[in-house]
Ligand binder design. Structure first.
Ligand code: SF4
Ligand code: SF4
Length: 218
């Protein structure tokens, strides 16, 4: 899932300082799960902004909406009536959500209330860990399902480096060495032969930006 976190209130307030009426739009998928941009967070941010404007002697009127998936054109269509009533939109979606609304409603300024951070997974309640960098050429079949591109501080394809120490990473001793994790996982699976293989440098042409995939329905 996409992990994001809210920008500081003061930054958001400055972004929308010129407006008197805005629509805050949440997304019901990833950013709801990571507590950054769901219906609840939309309500909280709307109240905080109204209070902050009032404290400064101004007034802000807010409308609120949360769509199921902000990164889908069809789903942001339902915002049409509300967007016609406001001067600007404040999106609590990930960067894809912000851009989907901005593309569909080109005449309305759309502002990001979140910083989109990474693709990751929940480790425990309230903690999310990056585990995929969307590199375009997945390597997990050779590493027991642990990504060295993102989880090794050096992104090594052939690890571990000489700095691994008691299972921890030399770059950040708070973190597990990804290649030690990979070794242990492969050991459990009886696949340590994979550790002895040399993997040549990656073809970074696999990562074409902007990415585009045209899938065929089966
Ligand atoms: S190798 Fe890592 S970064 Fe690349 S697609 Fe697989 S999990 Fe994601
Ligand atoms: S100690 Fe492990 S995780 Fe850290 S840079 Fe070296 S191989 Fe990568």
């Amino acid at each position: 899932m996409i992990i994001a976190e809210r920008k500081p209130l003061e930054d958001i307030k400055q972004m929308i300082a010129q407006y008197k009426k805005i629509l805050l739009v949440g997304c019901g998928t990833c950013v709801t799960v990571c507590w950054a941009g769901g219906e609840k967070e939309v309500g909280i941010l709307a109240s905080q902004l109204r209070l902050a404007f009032r404290r400064d002697g101004g007034e802000l009127e807010t409308l609120e909406a949360t769509v199921e998936r902000q990164c889908e054109k069809e789903m942001v269509e339902e915002l049409k009536d509300k967007i016609q009533q406001v001067e600007a939109v404040l999106s609590l979606g990930c960067g894809a959500g912000v851009q989907t609304i901005a593309d569909r409603f080109e005449e309305t300024p759309v502002y990001p209330a979140l910083n989109t951070k990474f693709v990751g997974m929940p480790e425990r309640e309230g903690l999310w860990i990056e585990n995929c960098g969307a590199c375009g050429d997945c390597f997990l079949d050779r590493t027991g399902g642990i990504c060295p591109i993102v989880r090794c501080a050096k992104g090594l394809l052939n690890g571990p480096c000489g700095g691994t120490n008691k299972g921890k990473c030399e770059v950040d001793p708070e973190k597990d060495c990804a290649w030690t994790l990979i070794y242990r996982r492969l050991e459990k699976q009886g696949r340590l032969d994979l550790m002895r293989k040399y993997y040549p440098p990656r073809n970074f042409q696999a990562v074409v930006r902007p990415g585009k995939i045209e899938a065929q329905r089966v």
